[in-house]
Design a protein around this ligand. Structure first.
Ligand code: B12
Length: 333
């Protein structure tokens, strides 16, 4: 571990922590807003990671872990800093009994084990388990795109094979989507904060496309790559997508296509592509039914096969776009 310049810990006032619960318990027992405000004692964090408390104290004093101090002078590690540290240093929690999240397999190339586990948890409507699995992957170092492609997509894909949409299937699918959305939402607070003037991107699914997760995952992926990502969600009129690109001065528009596109809309899609050219907004398209877009759009757009591909494409251009893109009304996005 590299040592860094010693930083003075900020002094915080008032009650902190959660009364002796471990890292995982702290993560499990509260809403995200509370969780953001929570912090861990050095002992709690040390126990979760399976390291000595003196190591944790030393890392804090060396400025490797950002920490606060209570009025009484005790070190406290905000949850966000604990997550950031664990991810940065690729540390896996060592104490399953102290941290249920660590029962998730650590980061590896194949995610089928986690996806199967997630599928079982979705099937039994165990939202807490799903959240622990998704959060565990994130804490272990997986990025949003990897979680989307390697975990959420296969878990939901298996669910979709079960009933072929009888009423029981629809119930399970609606619950599963809601559970995944909540779990992903919990990660938003831990994404890198967007720098001021970050280039704006918009994400959406078009008319007739009710699928919530694809545009949401695309939005989070773009945010993780340093963009100020604004999600319009599913069922967005094509006209509205063009309007948003203009209003935000978006450098990128990412469209998810999960339902077969009606040929009657082909002219509308072409008009959107023309409009995006005027605003110099790059059009990226992807999703299960992307091939149903008019050929002209497929030729003019960047077609991406996965969230991982979207993430690497965006990463390559976000830096270069910089502050050239401001919203048209002159305010910083
Ligand atoms: C949940 C679900 C629903 C829910 C949706 C809830 C909601 N509001 O989101 C409900 C119950 C509403 C539903 C309805 C229907 N569904 Co449905 N559904 C699913 C299910 C189980 C999961 C979909 C999902 O969210 N997956 C998770 C996301 C993250 O995965 P993904 O979409 O594959 O996205 C990934 C990639 O495609 C890519 N990606 C996506 N977008 C983008 C964008 C960009 C820019 C990039 C780069 C990449 C990218 O990255 C993502 C992460 O890897 C799928 C099963 C499956 N195999 O997907 C069936 C499935 C899609 N549904 C299906 C069907 C048939 C239907 C219905 C027609 C059923 C009916 N008879 O009514 C309706 C159609 C609704 C409509 N209006 O069109 C079929 C489609 C078959 C086909 N050939 O197209 C599937 C495959 C199930 C099956 N095995 O038969 N469904």
């Amino acid at each position: 571990m590299t040592r860094r310049r010693k930083k003075a810990a900020r002094v915080i006032l008032g009650p902190v922590g959660n009364g002796g619960a471990g890292f995982a318990e702290a993560a499990d027992n509260a809403t995200m807003k509370n969780r953001e405000r929570q912090s861990l004692t050095t002992r709690q964090f040390a126990e979760s990671l399976g390291v000595s408390e003196s190591s944790v104290k030393r890392w804090i004093d060396d400025g490797v872990i950002a920490a606060d101090r209570t009025a009484g002078g005790h070190r406290r590690i905000p949850m966000a800093a604990a997550v950031r540290f664990t991810r940065q240093h690729r540390m896996s929690p060592q104490r399953p009994e102290a941290m249920p999240l660590s029962t998730v397999p650590s980061l590896g190339a194949v995610d089928s084990e986690a996806a199967d586990e997630c599928y079982e948890a979705l099937l039994s409507d165990d939202a807490e388990r799903v959240r622990a699995i998704i959060m565990g992957r994130y804490i272990s170092g997986a990025d949003i795109a990897t979680i989307g492609d390697g975990l959420v997509r296969p878990a939901l894909g298996r669910l979709g094979e079960l009933w072929k949409h009888d009423s029981q299937g629809i119930l399970v699918e609606h619950r599963a989507v809601d559970t995944c959305i909540r779990a992903m939402n919990d990660l938003v607070a831990w994404l890198p904060s967007r720098p001021s003037g970050a280039p704006v991107s918009i994400t959406a699914a078009g008319p007739g496309d009710p699928y919530l997760l694809p545009p949401m995952l695309a939005s989070m992926t773009l945010q993780e790559q340093g963009s100020d990502a604004r999600n319009l969600g599913p069922l967005t009129p094509i006209e509205t997508i063009g309007l948003a690109a203009e209003r935000y001065g978006a450098f990128m528009c990412s469209l998810s296509v999960s339902t077969v596109q009606d040929r009657k809309r082909h002219a509308e899609w072409t008009r959107l592509a023309d409009r995006l050219e005027v605003t110099r907004t790059r059009l990226v398209v992807g999703g299960r039914c992307v091939e149903s877009l008019p050929t002209e759009i497929l030729v003019r757009a960047r077609v991406c096969g996965s969230m991982i591909e979207l993430g690497s494409y965006a990463a390559g251009i976000v830096q270069g776009v910089g502050s050239r893109h401001r919203s048209l009304d002159g305010r910083k996005p």
